[in-house]
Design a binder for this molecule. Sequence first.
Ligand code: OXD
Ligand code: MN
Length: 648
Amino acid sequence: MAKTPKFANAKVFAWVDKWNKVCTPDRIVVVKGTKKEHHDICEMMVKKGQFVKLNPKTRPDCYLARSHESDVARVEGRTFICSKREIDAGPTNHWMEPEAMKKLMLKSYKGCMKGRTMYVIPFAMGPIGNPITQYGIEITDSPYVVVNMDIMTRTGDAVLRHLGADGDFIPCIHSVGAPLKKGQKDVAWPCAKRIEDKFITQFPEERQIWSFGSGYGGNALLGKKCFALRIASKLAKDEGWMAEHMLILTLTSPERKQYHLTAAFPSACGKTNLAMMLPKLKGWRLQTIGDDIAWLKPGEDGRLYAINPENGFFGVAPGTSMDSNPNALKSCKKGTIFTNVVLTPNGDIWWEDMGVDAPVEGIDWKGNPCYRCVDDKRRMGPRPGMTKKEVKESGYVAAHKNSRFTAPAENCPVLDKAGFDGIWKGKPTGVPIDAILFGGRRPSTIPLVNEAKSWTHGVFMGSAAGSEVTAAVISDQIGQVRRDPMAMLPFFGYNVCDYFQHWLEMERTSPDATKLPKIYFVNWFRKGDDGRFMWPGFGDNSRVLKWICQRIEGKVHAHVTPIGNLPLESDIDLSNNEGKFKVVPEDLREILKVDKEGWKKEIATVGASYDEYDAKASKDTEVRSKTARRVPKALRDILASLASALNR
Ligand code: OXD
Ligand code: MN
């Protein structure tokens, strides 16, 4: 066993010492957070065959990792919220009694770091010293996690200095679950191979995170989903703020007026694209603050102020191209870690829909050779001479559908530096939010944009969100629409009904509720009967953002309909409607309509989801009241009035 290093903070020492004794690593390294340390760990991984160094001329300081086939996405089925009472985890989470879970997991952790190095990562979620920022200590035996955490969060000595002798932090423990026997050679991606041996566990009451068996981002970079969403959502509820699965962007109008927007879309539904979008509308400028998570706190003036707790982007690679998101591609130019993409012969990377020709030959995400299709330069197949159709029919992809880039935010050419640093008007308050958007991938029914009539109606809209399941999660439901309230379904740290209530409370407890952001529901993904997209998306989404800003300013009217306030077609600015993809006015007309029949079905499924949420409380013998732990009446009322308006 290694000797536990000294720490000025006794709680940090106790956390590390406890796990040193359980996991029995060969050595312990405390992460300093320097560039040299990051570089040295990456090079060590190259030597061990765990990273491929990319061409330093074209991709300086960039590396490629290939994961084990079992470890390509988040594992929702193995993710647990271990509150003392099951009802506190709610109907959407897997639950186990905390002590039972600890007992079970401790068996797995026992000796799990034998032959390995235990890294101690002090990290900050948010700019160090900002009043909204929180801190964590992640213990891990994965150097991949160390270098990814280094990009995704602010790590190292500065955090320990900030914690001082008694600062608080969220304690996190992670192991890939693959101890090494004496002399045993390591593999390229150590992990527990069987899904049932993986655990992603949050203890919301103790505010701890225990993760075992997976090296994949969302399961292993514990600052991200586990802390910044699951644990933070519980902290936020207890303390009166919000931790949300939202991008944050700054939009500047031609008149130089600034707006800050957040948007909650489910995983792999275009948050990174919207966060870095190049507006098609002339004179409008968009800057990025964050692409995945927002922490929002009410200010004394009633506005919600937001920071991005992260320090980098963990983006989905396939589909990211110079057309769809040039700023994301530019963010990956240096200092980036790629996972499960194609390696080209000249030491660069490639993925499907990257907008550039595939190499004639490459190495696919599984480490096997792959070849450019004979009839399409932008597709690759597993054998030479294949056609695009053959590849499509075989279901083969050269880069995994959930392959990722981990890129430093500072690389982003349109980063709003002050906002990213949590500064507004010279003060570390975070930025004031003008509008909150919800959205999802919805091929039918849901209009392009829909404005909530009130805060409560906006909460209803968020609670009713749904989307097609994407490859960001290991699931047999990919492509099917599932309810994903506020895009938080996999990330609630407590009971979803209490979470809805918390959203409603934000209005009730606000010092000035008139200053709360306006709420919108957007859908860039409507499809025609022939399967084509009816809205071009990407830069054309600036047309919708402009309408939202005009509504905030009270400059344009809207159609007041039972489902919400919809734009007049003439208020969607169609200037500069040029390029490969254009807005088709007939399609626009269609996607601004209320599809009455579609909505009747929609509200029936929303109602069914509410009933499912309520069922848990009804079965719980300790929940005696008829209203506690159930979908708030205010949301049920909106559902009922919508149903009666549609049936009129
Ligand atoms: C992510 C996700 O990685 O939501 O951001 O899965
Ligand atoms: Mn996400």
